[in-house]
Design a binder for this molecule. Structure first.
Ligand code: URA
Length: 517
């Protein structure tokens, strides 16, 4: 079969699955197939067959099917279904139905099918092909393709979550046959079908419509109906419910607690435009900056019954300027108990940046990163990996030592997420200035800070580098873990993993140097 190029247009996951089965039984390798989607984006509602069973999520309750006929898909140049038909199966090969795909793999493929990428169908076929060739590692995050597959599924799951959280229905005036609630959203991936199922299961018989740039779905109280995009967004819909919500939001807004950085880090900026309350925020932020904060509460809150405690302007919390130097940093409370802030140090344009958790006791006293026992172990691992410490940049996710007293000793305490978040300001600055090609995360805190993902788990990223924000991220154990892990075998296994990760970082930059990048 190699040599002949099969050009296949698929409208969605079901089509892709039918075509892929046919190709697999005919042993057509991935490089002999050209996949395309009608109209570029393809059939949104064909991208998943019902709610995508993303691994690790509970099954959705039974919910109404979206009639695919309503979608209007362009005809495929080669019918995907015909490729999967019995007639096209070579007699010597096992029947297509005999191909057994584990449920876990099918769930991953189905989840990843919602990820918008030009090569999504080709990539999914490559995964299926490799699995069929006996390469079971393709499902593992340690495999390059497996890692991408899991990453796609994670991104889709996150988009679904964000759409549940930040979609805002606006109530329309009652009208003959018109839906009662309307929402506009611009999802980054094809998650509308699952999200529609989610709201259908939760909003009872209230009718609603969700419009996106790619498709629209209507719930008529009993069934979902999908159509193409609306001619225009529903921005001009009169909205009594929205006015009520905005009044409420204004009244609960407390400028004394205002922290725009946290607001923006919790709700990513592309969602703000979907939320009516977001329009109020800039005005309220500027009011707060102009002095509303000095009375501790917005006037609407102050008018509520109870005791209002006015604060004299000179005693009010000062405006928080961004600190100019690390020494001045008061972005969190850790500075109060530390001897000094410990900045990163090393080669100014290092190709490799090592990120630890936070300074330890010795680092806090000396003002330099990784100079205590963990530093000595790191030096040993670097030497074994053939990486010269003078060529790298070494820093920490958090720049002040967090500790608790234990007798006469200061015992390390893991930084809280809010401290990692507050200190990200400095890490970002270092990443920008040093511009490394590879960032090595030493331990879980560093990984969370680098990926800006408080749920990132070290075990998911060990051994397999991932790309993030235009650079490679290699994750490994923290040197302190290697020092304290019990048992000689376990210790040398952990050290070997660290050395392998550092060597991997070196290999990546060597390869990039060779190819002139
Ligand atoms: N542990 C860290 O994470 N960083 C240091 O600088 C020292 C110990």
């Amino acid at each position: 079969m190699a040599g002949l190029v099969h050009s296949i247009a698929v409208a969605g996951f079901d089509d892709w699955r039918a075509a892929a089965r046919g190709l697999i039984v005919r042993r057509v390798p991935p490089e002999s197939v050209q996949w395309s989607a009608p109209g570029g984006g393809g059939d949104l509602f064909g991208a998943v067959a019902g709610p995508a069973p993303v691994p690790g999520t509970a099954a959705q309750p039974a919910s109404p099917a979206i009639p695919r006929a309503a979608v209007g898909v362009a005809a495929a140049s080669v019918s995907a279904a015909s490729l999967g038909s019995a007639a096209s199966v070579a007699p010597a090969m096992p029947a297509a139905s005999a191909m057994r795909i584990p449920r876990e793999l099918m769930a991953l493929l189905q989840g990843a099918a919602c990820y918008r990428a030009e090569d999504r169908w080709a990539f999914l076929y490559k995964i299926l092909w490799r699995w069929q060739q006996g390469q079971r590692e393709v499902m593992s995050m340690a495999d390059e393709d497996g890692n991408r597959l899991h990453g796609m599924v994670r991104a889709v799951r996150r988009e679904e979550h964000d759409m549940h959280a930040y979609l805002r229905f606006r109530e329309r005036p009652a009208g003959e046959g018109a839906p009662r609630f309307v929402a506009w959203f611009e999802p980054a991936h094809d998650v509308l079908p699952q999200v529609a199922q989610h709201f259908a299961a939760r909003m009872g018989r209230a009718t609603w419509l969700i419009a996106t740039p790619e498709a629209t779905v209507l719930w008529d109280g009993a069934a979902l109906h999908a159509t193409g995009p609306l001619a225009r967004g529903p921005a001009d819909i009169e909205d009594a419910g929205e006015a009520l919500w905005l009044t409420y939001y204004r009244s609960i807004f407390n400028p004394a607690r205002l922290n725009p950085d946290v607001m923006h880090s919790h709700v990513r900026s592309r969602f703000w435009k979907h939320m009516p309350e977001a329009a109020l925020v800039p005005e309220m932020v500027s009011q707060a900056a102009a002095g509303a904060r000095r009375v501790g509460q917005a006037s609407a809150v102050g008018r509520r019954s109870g005791t209002t405690i006015p604060i004299a302007p000179e005693k009010a919390q000062p405006e928080r300027q961004q600190p100019h130097t690390l020494d001045e940093c008061r972005r969190c409370e850790l500075w109060q108990h530390a001897t000094q802030a410990v900045p990163g140090e090393g080669a100014r344009k290092a190709r490799i940046m090592l990120v630890g958790e936070q300074p330890g006791d010795q680092e806090d006293l000396q003002g330099h990163p990784f100079v205590g026992p963990a530093g000595a172990l790191l030096d040993r691992a670097l030497a074994q990996a053939g990486v010269d410490r003078a060529t790298v940049y070494v820093t920490n996710a958090v720049k002040h030592f967090k500790w608790e007293p234990r007798g006469k000793r200061r015992l390390h305490k893991t930084p809280a997420q809010k401290e990692i978040l507050a200190c990200h300001y400095w890490l970002e600055g270092e990443l920008e200035q040093v511009a490394p090609q590879v960032v090595v995360a030493l331990g879980s805190t560093a990984l969370k800070a680098i990926l800006e993902d408080s749920h990132a788990a070290l075990k998911d990223y060990m051994e397999q580098p991932v790309q993030h924000a235009g650079r490679w991220v290699v994750a490994t154990y923290h040197p302190a873990y290697v020092l304290r892990v019990p048992g000689a075998d376990e210790k040398s296994r952990a050290l070997a993993a660290m050395v392998a990760a550092l060597r991997k970082a070196r290999e990546i930059i060597d390869a990039q140097q060779r190819t002139g990048r």
